[in-house]
Design a binder for this molecule. Sequence first.
Ligand SMILES: [Fe+2]
Ligand SMILES: [Fe+2]
Length: 335
Amino acid sequence: MILSTELDLTLRPMKYPQFFKLYRDSQKNIWTTDELDFSVDFEHLRDRIPEKEAHMIKRLVAFFATADNLVAHNLVLNFYKHVNSPEYRMFLGKQLYDEMLHVETYLLLVDNYIPDMDERKEAFDAYKTIPSVKKKADFCFKYMDSIDQLDKLDADEKKLQFLKNMICFAACVEGLFFFGSFAYVYFLRNKGLLPGLAAATNWIFRDESMHIEGAMQVISVIRQEYPQFFTEMLEAEVRRMMEEAIEVEMNFCEDALAMGVAGISPVLMRQYLEYCADQRLVQMGFQKRYSSKNPFPFMVLQDVQPLTNFFEKRVTEYQKGLSTKKEAIVFDEAF
Ligand SMILES: [Fe+2]
Ligand SMILES: [Fe+2]
């Protein structure tokens, strides 16, 4: 059983081949930050981005600065510890590498977008100091701290607590907070802005979709092996959790769009988040809640097509990035 406390290290016979397959699939999506180039972004920020959009971008960068580190933290402290499948642990090893790559990407982003050292520090402190970013971090900490004391899942009640942690990070953090942020990036890409961030997001979007898929498959195994957990009470609780996540993300949205940005609005963003929330609920085997349509045509593309980006020299379809690596790009600290 996937949440049993007796450590399973056996790969033959393989109990959960689906996770081994995911691990193998995830190896096809390998890239490095050498493929990224934020130099055109810097020119855009200097010459083409009005103050209103600049404020939105500043908030986005502040969220990105620490978000993947938080996810990685939960991965190691909770997912790796409690999901008792050696196959899934292999997948988690790759996911942890992905998260570190995202951390590195956003470090480069901060260094390139924010020349001033004090402002860089502010971006990294945002999860403690900027209320709309802090709210998102606090939401994560709430579900992380709630199982802080769980060493062993030796009672049903503890297994259920862990399940909620997993649902929170897959459906709300990776599945909503990140998708909300990607929408701002692709909104800008649609206007021909910030090609470096768009290219980085193409890779990260692909990774995050796979991370969510991995966690959703674990949740599905838990549903099969422990059907007693999937009560109406749990469903109601998950709906409340997602509602709360949407409110937290909307609070961020209202801050990010506080100065008003033509073409994107809190009303549309709420609709998009509801659309994402429905997708997550269905992935977990729950009923849809909102039946909202995706209001962002530029995000529909992300759902159905390989991530072709008109700025890019190549397509970020599943492929071994390393084997097709292009020129090295120098990121200058004193940019
Ligand atoms: Fe990530
Ligand atoms: Fe992730």
